[in-house]
Every structure is written in C-alpha cells, then in structure tokens.
Design a protein around this ligand. Sequence first.
Ligand SMILES: *[C@@H]1O[C@H](CO)[C@@H](O)[C@H](O)[C@H]1NC(C)=O
Length: 245
Amino acid sequence: MKSSCRVLIQILVIQLLTILCVSKDFDFFYFVQQWPGSYCDTKGNCCYPTTGKPDADFGIHGLWPNYNDGTYPSNCDPNTAFDPSAISDLTTSLEINWPSLACPSSNGLSFWSHEWEKHGTCSESILDQHGYFDRALKLKTQVNLLQALENAGIKPNGSFYSMVSINKAITEAIGFSPGIECNVDVSGNHQLYQIYLCVDTSGSNIIECPVLPTSSCGSKVEFPPFGNQGIEAFLVSEQTDHLEL
Ligand SMILES: *[C@@H]1O[C@H](CO)[C@@H](O)[C@H](O)[C@H]1NC(C)=O
C-alpha cells in the first residue's frame, strides 16, 4: 500500500471514531412530565412558584439523556454552568410549562439550573443550553397528555383508573407507549405521578422506548385533582427535593 493511501485511511478511521464517540454520548432521551396534583398530594407536600399557582396540567420535569441499558450519565460538564440570560426569551414559557413545585417557593431558576447541570450537560454535543430548554418546550406542545387521558374518560378527579386504560389512552393518542411512575399519597394510595416518553438523540422525534423505568404503580391508580392542596402548600416551607430516577 502506498504510504499516502495509508495516511488517508488513518485519517478516515480517526474521523469515523470521532463521529462514533460523539454520537455515543447517550442513546436516547426520556422526556418526563409530572402531574402536579400527585407531586403535591404526598407527605412531602409542595410549594407553588413565586410566579403563582401553575395550571392544572402536566408540567415538564426534565429531558434526560439515557442509555439503552437503563443507566444514565449525569453532571457531564462542570464547566458549563447554567446561565439564566441564555434562556431569558423562554422564561415565560418555562414558568407555565416547567414550573417548580419544590419547597421553599422559587421562581423556577434553581429547578432549571439543576436539570441543565445534571442532565442537559450530558447532551451538550447536540443541544446547547438554549436548545435544550427550547426542545423540551416544543416536545410538550407535541404531546398533550391531559387531553389524551381526558378524551379516554380518565380525569384528575380523585377516581382510580386501571393502568391498562391509562397506557392505552396515551399510546393511542401519541403512537408510542409511555413509561408510568407512581408515588404514594398520604393515605397510602398509588397515584399517577410521572409519564415518560422516549425521544431520539436529536431531541425532536418521539420513539418507542428502548427501556422503560420500572413501574411502581400496581394495576389501579388514583388520578388526584390539583388545586385542593393550595393553602396547605403555601404554609409548608420544609425543603424537599425533586424525586428523580
Ligand atoms: C371522575 O370522572 C370519571 C369520568 O368522567 C367518572 O366516571 C367518575 O365517576 C368521576 N369520579 C368522581 C369521584 O367524580
């Protein structure tokens, strides 16, 4: 083989390895939305944001890079600290669609900062900070979970619904099966807490989940209303952390 050819092959191999390594940062995203009624209806309680009570709708929890084996990378780049000024054009939409219910009450910046630093920095090669929050907001407009459930007669009114019917309602409306996570209310009932959809590494297309989080729901779960906990929520100032996988 001519040496110029060998050099060319070496360069190509290095380029190919670089591409493979960059695209192997993670395998897919979990796009996770939470039901505020179930966040608040627990022993830990909740605090409404300083910007006011959120809508009775699913809110974004995060967009989480994940691996096909179920594990996930985290805190990938300590050098890219969260910069609020980079997303100032998105703040109003984030307040509506990605509200923080943690105590004490906050304007959301600490929640978004946590999500960016823990998860967002692991998809930095694809989405910068603005892109990361923008993608998550766009995904939320692509899937209306509450509408999907209500169209199937599954309403947040404190009734219990079968997991089969919840899964079916979302799968039929969105075209892909969700992962469903429950938590437990003060009376010990399992309730619909978080819904996971999977998204390809571009952050744009919903896909069938390569792996689902283990369900903690049982066969029937409560879908509690959001709103009755208001006064109590304001009085509680106990620090709680966002539950995560
Ligand atoms: C909640 O809504 C469903 C669907 O409309 C209905 O079947 C059920 O009786 C309601 N439950 C309560 C407690 O109002």
